[in-house]
Ligand binder design. Structure first.
Ligand code: IPE
Ligand code: IPE
Ligand code: MG
Length: 245
């Protein structure tokens, strides 16, 4: 274990809003897309660190539903990067026992990307190591609305009674149905907002914001975030004395 980290307090689920690629590139007078390319190295670094310290689920916000509105060239580049990633790295992730999953409206992805993604999910489905959950074409409100729609359909079909709809049942209609809620959410680049990420699931998530831009967020920065998390007291509405007994 890495010095200074308490192995008993490793967050089971870490979610990351990988932000600041464009600004990283701009600061170097490079085109924005070079920031995305450099950001891929941070993706590799955080996956490795997550495996090393024993995080069970790593959710990466890679492309939001709103990101479709970016300039066409940037969207195409991001899709190309994603397909490159899936082509080059899935074998290695598979060898490392990583289970790949995706959340979001993935059917909106270009056909070739969707095919690669589905193949990666299928290939790694039985793996028992880190769950790498990719948020792609993801929107939190869309996810909640979709759950409401599915629940309404189940009620109409008589499979479900309105009185049975509670928080736990609702969660079973979300993309994340078989995952724990995130314990820690990290956002890089200094922006302090959720940008439509995991709105239902982050009710009691610890939030960590850093000025560091995503391409500069590597193992050291990740460990720093984990240490910050470990210093916090999660009360879930109770008082301190109830937590410590
Ligand atoms: C995050 O970096 C990557 C994606 C949203 C795909 P940005 O591209 O948002 O970088 P900034 O925020 O413009 O610096
Ligand atoms: C959030 O970043 C989405 C991802 C990191 C994939 P954005 O850069 O799109 O967020 P806003 O638009 O600044 O809130
Ligand atoms: Mg951004």
């Amino acid at each position: 274990m890495i010095a200074g980290l308490d192995p008993a307090k490793i967050p089971a689920h870490v979610a990351i809003i990988m932000d600041g690629n464009g600004r990283w590139a701009k600061a170097r007078h490079l085109p924005r897309v070079m920031g995305h390319r450099e950001g891929m190295k941070s993706v590799r670094a955080v996956i490795e660190t997550a495996r090393k310290v024993g995080v069970k689920v790593l959710t990466l916000y890679a492309f939001s539903k709103e990101n479709w509105q970016r300039p066409k060239d940037e969207v195409s580049f991001l899709m190309k990067l994603l397909s490159e990633y899936l082509q080059k790295e899935v074998d290695e992730l598979h060898e490392k026992d990583v289970q790949i999953r995706a959340i979001g409206e993935i059917e909106l992805l270009p056909a070739n990307v969707l095919e690669l993604l589905k193949a990666a999910i299928e290939k790694t489905a039985k793996n028992q190591g880190l769950i790498l959950n990719l948020a792609l074409s993801y929107g939190g409100r869309a996810e909640i609305a979709q759950a409401a729609r599915l629940i309404a359909q189940a009620v109409l079909k008589g499979e479900l009674k309105p009185s049975e709809i509670d928080e736990a049942l609702f969660a079973r209609f979300l993309y994340t149905k078989d995952l724990p809620d995130p314990d820690l959410l990290i956002r890089t680049s200094g922006e302090m907002r959720l940008s439509n990420f995991l709105l239902y699931q982050t009710a009691y998530t610890e939030l960590y914001f850093t000025e560091t831009l995503w391409p500069d967020f590597r193992e050291e920065e990740f460990i720093k975030a984990l240490k910050d998390y470990q210093r916090r007291e999660r009360r879930f509405g109770k008082i301190s004395e109830q937590i410590h007994g």
